[in-house]
Design a protein around this ligand. Structure first.
Ligand code: NI
Length: 186
Protein backbone atom coordinates (compact mmCIF):
# COMPACT_ATOMS: atom_id res chain seq x y z
CA UNK A 1 0.00 0.00 0.00
CA UNK A 2 1.11 3.55 -0.52
CA UNK A 3 0.23 7.01 0.70
CA UNK A 4 -1.30 9.09 -2.08
CA UNK A 5 -1.06 12.83 -2.65
CA UNK A 6 -4.28 14.59 -1.63
CA UNK A 7 -5.24 17.45 -3.95
CA UNK A 8 -6.15 20.68 -2.22
CA UNK A 9 -8.27 23.73 -2.99
CA UNK A 10 -8.20 25.48 -5.47
CA UNK A 11 -7.02 22.59 -7.67
CA UNK A 12 -9.61 22.52 -10.51
CA UNK A 13 -9.56 18.69 -10.62
CA UNK A 14 -11.59 18.76 -7.40
CA UNK A 15 -14.46 20.24 -9.41
CA UNK A 16 -14.69 17.19 -11.67
CA UNK A 17 -17.89 15.16 -11.60
CA UNK A 18 -16.76 11.57 -11.06
CA UNK A 19 -17.82 8.72 -13.36
CA UNK A 20 -19.45 5.45 -12.27
CA UNK A 21 -17.13 2.49 -11.65
CA UNK A 22 -17.71 -0.33 -14.12
CA UNK A 23 -14.69 -2.55 -13.54
CA UNK A 24 -14.32 -4.21 -10.15
CA UNK A 25 -10.74 -5.27 -10.65
CA UNK A 26 -7.43 -5.37 -8.82
CA UNK A 27 -6.75 -1.75 -9.74
CA UNK A 28 -9.91 -0.62 -7.91
CA UNK A 29 -9.01 -2.75 -4.88
CA UNK A 30 -5.53 -1.25 -4.76
CA UNK A 31 -6.86 2.31 -5.11
CA UNK A 32 -9.34 1.79 -2.24
CA UNK A 33 -6.58 0.29 -0.07
CA UNK A 34 -4.24 3.21 -0.81
CA UNK A 35 -7.05 5.72 -0.19
CA UNK A 36 -7.75 4.07 3.16
CA UNK A 37 -4.10 4.22 4.20
CA UNK A 38 -3.89 7.85 3.09
CA UNK A 39 -7.04 8.76 5.05
CA UNK A 40 -5.71 7.12 8.24
CA UNK A 41 -2.28 8.66 7.84
CA UNK A 42 -3.82 12.14 7.57
CA UNK A 43 -6.29 11.54 10.43
CA UNK A 44 -9.26 11.99 8.10
CA UNK A 45 -12.63 10.28 8.51
CA UNK A 46 -13.39 10.13 4.80
CA UNK A 47 -11.74 10.37 1.40
CA UNK A 48 -13.17 10.39 -2.13
CA UNK A 49 -11.21 9.11 -5.14
CA UNK A 50 -11.27 12.53 -6.82
CA UNK A 51 -9.28 13.90 -3.88
CA UNK A 52 -6.37 11.75 -5.03
CA UNK A 53 -6.99 12.71 -8.66
CA UNK A 54 -9.11 9.72 -9.76
CA UNK A 55 -12.48 10.83 -11.17
CA UNK A 56 -14.40 7.67 -10.26
CA UNK A 57 -17.34 7.18 -7.90
CA UNK A 58 -15.49 5.57 -5.01
CA UNK A 59 -14.93 6.70 -1.42
CA UNK A 60 -13.77 5.38 1.93
CA UNK A 61 -15.14 6.37 5.33
CA UNK A 62 -14.20 5.46 8.89
CA UNK A 63 -15.92 7.43 11.63
CA UNK A 64 -15.29 4.60 14.09
CA UNK A 65 -17.82 2.83 16.25
CA UNK A 66 -18.11 2.36 20.00
CA UNK A 67 -15.84 -0.37 21.34
CA UNK A 68 -18.10 -3.22 22.61
CA UNK A 69 -15.51 -3.95 25.31
CA UNK A 70 -15.76 -0.34 26.53
CA UNK A 71 -19.56 -0.63 26.54
CA UNK A 72 -19.27 -3.73 28.73
CA UNK A 73 -16.86 -1.90 31.01
CA UNK A 74 -19.38 0.93 31.29
CA UNK A 75 -21.68 -1.38 33.26
CA UNK A 76 -18.93 -1.83 35.86
CA UNK A 77 -18.93 1.35 37.96
CA UNK A 78 -15.52 0.51 39.46
CA UNK A 79 -13.90 0.58 36.07
CA UNK A 80 -12.01 3.84 35.50
CA UNK A 81 -12.71 3.58 31.76
CA UNK A 82 -16.45 3.37 32.25
CA UNK A 83 -17.12 6.85 30.92
CA UNK A 84 -14.72 6.69 28.00
CA UNK A 85 -16.16 6.84 24.51
CA UNK A 86 -13.54 4.62 22.98
CA UNK A 87 -13.95 4.05 19.25
CA UNK A 88 -12.70 1.14 17.21
CA UNK A 89 -12.11 1.25 13.45
CA UNK A 90 -15.17 0.82 11.25
CA UNK A 91 -14.02 1.15 7.67
CA UNK A 92 -16.62 1.25 4.89
CA UNK A 93 -15.67 1.35 1.21
CA UNK A 94 -18.38 2.76 -1.05
CA UNK A 95 -18.40 2.28 -4.82
CA UNK A 96 -21.11 3.99 -6.90
CA UNK A 97 -22.93 5.27 -3.79
CA UNK A 98 -26.39 6.73 -4.12
CA UNK A 99 -28.68 8.32 -1.55
CA UNK A 100 -32.08 6.61 -1.60
CA UNK A 101 -33.72 8.56 1.22
CA UNK A 102 -32.77 11.52 3.36
CA UNK A 103 -34.54 13.04 6.34
CA UNK A 104 -34.13 15.58 9.08
CA UNK A 105 -31.52 18.26 9.45
CA UNK A 106 -28.26 18.43 11.35
CA UNK A 107 -25.33 20.80 11.69
CA UNK A 108 -21.70 19.83 12.07
CA UNK A 109 -18.40 21.67 12.10
CA UNK A 110 -16.85 20.08 9.01
CA UNK A 111 -13.34 19.97 7.72
CA UNK A 112 -11.79 18.40 4.63
CA UNK A 113 -8.34 17.04 3.76
CA UNK A 114 -8.64 19.05 0.51
CA UNK A 115 -9.38 22.31 2.35
CA UNK A 116 -6.77 22.30 5.13
CA UNK A 117 -7.10 24.50 8.22
CA UNK A 118 -10.71 25.49 7.56
CA UNK A 119 -13.57 24.22 9.70
CA UNK A 120 -17.10 25.53 9.25
CA UNK A 121 -20.60 24.50 10.22
CA UNK A 122 -22.52 22.86 7.39
CA UNK A 123 -26.21 21.94 7.38
CA UNK A 124 -27.05 18.47 6.03
CA UNK A 125 -29.66 15.75 6.32
CA UNK A 126 -29.61 14.03 9.70
CA UNK A 127 -30.31 10.53 8.33
CA UNK A 128 -29.62 8.95 4.97
CA UNK A 129 -30.30 5.58 3.42
CA UNK A 130 -27.48 4.81 1.01
CA UNK A 131 -27.11 2.14 -1.63
CA UNK A 132 -23.60 1.30 -2.82
CA UNK A 133 -21.39 -1.52 -4.04
CA UNK A 134 -18.36 -2.95 -2.28
CA UNK A 135 -15.04 -3.46 -4.04
CA UNK A 136 -16.29 -6.79 -5.43
CA UNK A 137 -19.33 -5.12 -6.96
CA UNK A 138 -21.77 -6.55 -4.42
CA UNK A 139 -24.59 -4.20 -3.49
CA UNK A 140 -25.28 -3.13 0.11
CA UNK A 141 -27.56 -0.66 1.84
CA UNK A 142 -26.68 1.39 4.92
CA UNK A 143 -29.04 3.37 7.14
CA UNK A 144 -26.79 6.06 8.54
CA UNK A 145 -27.19 8.78 11.10
CA UNK A 146 -24.83 10.93 13.19
CA UNK A 147 -21.33 11.54 11.91
CA UNK A 148 -21.53 8.68 9.40
CA UNK A 149 -24.53 10.30 7.67
CA UNK A 150 -22.74 13.65 7.55
CA UNK A 151 -19.55 12.12 6.22
CA UNK A 152 -21.39 10.16 3.51
CA UNK A 153 -23.02 13.37 2.26
CA UNK A 154 -19.69 15.25 2.39
CA UNK A 155 -17.91 12.53 0.34
CA UNK A 156 -20.82 12.23 -2.09
CA UNK A 157 -20.48 15.96 -2.71
CA UNK A 158 -16.84 15.35 -3.70
CA UNK A 159 -18.08 12.89 -6.35
CA UNK A 160 -20.16 15.75 -7.78
CA UNK A 161 -17.20 18.12 -7.67
CA UNK A 162 -18.52 20.06 -4.68
CA UNK A 163 -16.43 21.12 -1.67
CA UNK A 164 -18.04 21.75 1.73
CA UNK A 165 -17.10 25.45 1.55
CA UNK A 166 -19.56 25.75 -1.34
CA UNK A 167 -22.34 24.72 1.05
CA UNK A 168 -21.74 27.77 3.25
CA UNK A 169 -23.73 30.97 3.12
CA UNK A 170 -22.47 33.75 0.87
CA UNK A 171 -21.61 35.79 3.96
CA UNK A 172 -19.60 33.00 5.56
CA UNK A 173 -17.73 32.40 2.33
CA UNK A 174 -16.98 36.10 2.08
CA UNK A 175 -15.49 35.95 5.58
CA UNK A 176 -13.33 32.99 4.55
CA UNK A 177 -12.06 34.69 1.41
CA UNK A 178 -8.63 35.68 2.73
CA UNK A 179 -8.05 32.26 4.30
CA UNK A 180 -8.99 30.59 1.01
CA UNK A 181 -6.71 32.93 -0.91
CA UNK A 182 -3.84 31.88 1.33
CA UNK A 183 -4.54 28.22 0.55
CA UNK A 184 -4.36 29.08 -3.14
CA UNK A 185 -0.84 30.41 -2.69
CA UNK A 186 0.51 27.32 -0.94
NI1 NI B 1 -13.64 16.39 1.97
Amino acid sequence: MSILKVLTYPNPILKTKSEPVTKFNQELKKLLADMTETMYQKDGVGLAAIQVGKPIRAMVIDVGKPDPAALLAATDSNNPNSKSQKLIPNLVKFVNPEILEAEGETKYNEGCLSVPEIHETVVRSAKVKVKAQNEKGEEFIIDADGLLAICIQHELDHLEGILFIERLSRLKRELLKSKLKKLGKK
